[in-house]
Design a protein around this ligand. Structure first.
Ligand code: AMP
Ligand code: ZN
Length: 667
């Protein structure tokens, strides 16, 4: 056997194992043996780069970093679906389509998977491109990330057409989702709220190795292209399955709407046993010829209809109300419920938001309350079953003192939330603030988790985030679950945070209302911390997109001596408190006063980059064309209605090249 044959054989074998495991859910080799073979293949490929193949199973481990996802136009638009909610809606739909096509109509019923849609392009049996739905006309090219999803074949089997697109939904099954959350909670991070958002967020991660770690799956439901060798939707599902795609076997063919309704009522109950989220059923006219005759409305195919399941509701007893304290001192009341099964999970708690909400619902301990589960993990309380209210029930008295430090709570005018004003003395606030400081989007301190922060505070080793920088290994070693290595990592992670750029440091400080975007705006405007500290409320308001509420909060933060002391300490240990020279040199005033609309697809830079260039040069990006628009940077396939509007208002169009040349931007 030649080396090339040996490599090919190993690839085929591993491909088959992947297929058995991820598509058929039927592994015939242990994880351990799989890893050994994969490692062997990696070694062989490293020794023989001449046999490189982008579809090799070794390509699934990821590692490719995508800074900007390239905007890519779909060959065929990705439409939305019309929704129906009742038997009558479906019957009306049938009447409408029967007027438009001749002959009997058969329907395929499928589940509506709740995730992120994706369009995959295959050429000669290899995956060449994966694009998100985006606005339906164009999306982001996320191929590097998609390749890491093992249920998506990189190479097809059987008798496939030379070129086609296949569409599906990227989902995160509950099992994997819960495991990810357990791991997050263990390191003190906020759990992800729901599988759908986590799945779609995963597609846009920059590091594909991170995506590879997430247990994502892709469920396929639609083939597009010409000469696909199929005449019906049902056949296309079967063919896709034969080519190696994961297509749930649940789909069913029926001759009538009453058959559709049977499918719906069955799955309305049994969907709770599925490993992933579904929010309805999709009914499609089976015959592709008929589909073509029916065509599309402006937004959706006429030949398909989604049926949405009703949101789940149950009732249970409210056992108690407790109060949580956030990093800004904000108090959130939480309903502790008698555990109850709802949409496949056990619900024990629900947020009550604030005092007004409690008053509005007149919710009392001992009440029987209605709980609903929407798309979110944290369920909602809809109301109270007054008929079951105990006779001795007492109206809820909202707390007036902090449950942790007993300080009298304050509620500012116009605000829904109560606050504990004991900013520097209330332990849960201090802990939450430091946890925010070290979080990924802020200082991203490796080796330090939320639980350790709580320990450090409770042990009296730190009282604010600047104390982190004077911690020593000897101090942290005695802590629970600390060892030589983890202590060293902790200290190293803290040290490395000194390189985090100013805008993230400002965000990390945890000033109320100063999120990532506001922090960026402030940094861009003031360029260093001293200028921000000096700025008056009136001055802050003049900054683009900074309103009175934010201005007041920023100014109040820096009026406190304690905060200034903390900032000074952070400065003295060497944190970044001004824009770096590189960031400064990027910035000009060349587009000051200009309002620019960006439209279409670009070649030299991505749309996001283009927007950044505009902002760095002092211009403003706007999404809609108006009389105020200075000009439009028009890329390929700019929509006709936008063109028309520009013409009507006499707004100038310029090309990407003209724009970049004018700024002397190097492509
Ligand atoms: P909507 O976003 O509510 O308009 O619904 C349309 C979306 O449903 C499509 O973009 C798909 O991503 C998704 N979808 C989920 N399952 C299916 C399915 N079986 N057939 C078609 N679309 C589906
Ligand atoms: Zn307090």
């Amino acid at each position: 056997m030649t080396k090339e044959e040996e490599i090919q054989n190993l690839r085929n074998e591993l491909r088959n194992h992947n297929y058995n495991y991820y598509v058929l859910d039927n592994a015939i080799i242990s994880d351990y043996d799989f890893d050994i073979k994969l490692k062997a293949l990696q070694d062989l490929e490293a020794k023989h780069p001449e046999f490189f193949d982008a579809s090799s199973p070794t390509q699934r481990v990821g590692g490719e970093i995508t800074k900007n996802f390239e905007t890519t136009v779909h060959d065929q638009r990705m439409y939305s679906l019309d929704n129906s909610y009742s038997k009558e809606d479906l019957e009306d739909w049938e009447k409408r389509i029967k007027k438009l096509v001749d002959g009997d109509i058969q329907y395929t019923c499928e589940l509506k998977y709740d995730g992120a849609s994706i369009s995959l392009t295959y050429e000669n049996g290899s995956l060449v491109k994966a694009v998100t739905r985006g606005d339906g006309f164009q999306g982001d090219n996320v191929t590097a990330n998609i390749k890491t999803i093992k249920s998506i074949p990189l190479k097809l089997k059987g008798n496939y057409p030379p070129k086609f697109d296949i569409r599906g939904e990227i989902v995160l099954p509950f099992d994997g989702f819960h495991k990810m959350n357990e791991a997050r909670i263990a390191i003190g991070e906020e759990p992800y709220r729901n599988p759908r958002n986590t799945a779609s967020g995963s597609l846009k991660l920059q590091d594909s190795a991170e995506v590879a770690k997430r247990p994502l799956e892709c469920l396929l439901y639609n083939l597009t292209g010409t000469n696909l060798g199929v005449k019906t939707q049902f056949e296309s599902l079967e063919s896709a399955r034969e080519w190696g795609f994961k297509v749930p076997e649940i789909a069913k063919l029926t001759n009538s709407i009453s058959g559709v309704l049977e499918f719906i009522s069955y799955w309305d109950v049994h969907r709770h046993n599925l490993p992933y989220e579904t929010d309805g059923v999709v009914v499609k006219v089976n015959n592709l010829q008929q589909q073509e005759e029916l065509g599309y409305t402006a937004k959706a195919p006429r030949w398909a209809m989604a049926y949405k399941f009703k949101a789940e509701q149950v009732s249970t007893t409210l056992n108690s109300i407790t109060y949580q304290i956030g990093r800004t001192g904000a108090i959130t009341p939480v309903a502790n419920l008698k555990p109850v099964e709802l949409a496949g999970t056990t619900v024990k708690r629900a947020s009550l938001h604030n005092a007004d909400q409690i008053e509005k619902l007149d919710i009392r301990v001992g009440d029987d309350v209605y709980v609903e589960k929407g798309g979110e993990i944290i369920p909602k309380i809809l109301g109270v079953n007054l008929a079951l209210r105990p006779l001795n029930s007492q109206p809820t008295q909202y707390i007036s003192q902090c449950p942790e430090c007993e300080t009298v709570l304050v509620r500012q005018e116009g605000e829904a939330q109560h606050y504990c004003p004991n900013y520097n003395g209330c332990i849960p606030q201090i802990i939450a603030r430091i946890q925010h400081y070290i979080s990924r989007k802020a200082m991203d301190i490796d080796g330090l988790g939320g639980e350790t922060v709580a320990l450090l505070v409770n042990e009296g080793l730190i009282t604010n985030y600047s104390d982190l920088y004077t911690l020593t290994k000897a101090q942290v070693l005695p802590l629970e679950r600390m060892a030589e290595k983890s202590a060293a990592n902790l200290i190293k992670g803290i040290e490395q945070s000194k390189n985090i750029p100013f805008e993230r440091v400002l965000f990390a400080l945890g000033i109320r209302y100063v999120g990532e975007t506001v922090a960026k705006k402030l940094v861009k405007h003031y360029k260093n911390i001293d200028a921000i500290i000096k700025a008056t409320e009136e001055d802050l308001i003049t900054v683009d997109e900074i309103g009175a509420r934010i201005a007041e909060s920023v100014s109040a933060f820096f009026k406190l001596e304690d905060n200034i002391a903390v900032v000074n300490k952070l400065k003295s240990v060497g944190l970044q408190f001004e824009l770096s020279a590189a960031q400064l040199s990027d910035q000009t005033d060349k587009l000051k006063g200009d309002v620019i609309v960006v439209s279409g697809v670009f070649h030299n830079v991505s749309r996001t980059e283009l927007k950044k260039i505009i902002e760095n040069n002092g211009g403003k990006v706007s999404s809609s064309i108006s009389k105020k628009t200075t000009y439009i940077i028009a890329g390929d396939s700019m929509g006709p209605s936008k063109k028309e509007k520009a013409e009507k208002l006499g707004v100038k169009l310029i090309s990407e090249d003209e724009f970049l040349n004018a700024l002397n931007y190097e492509k």
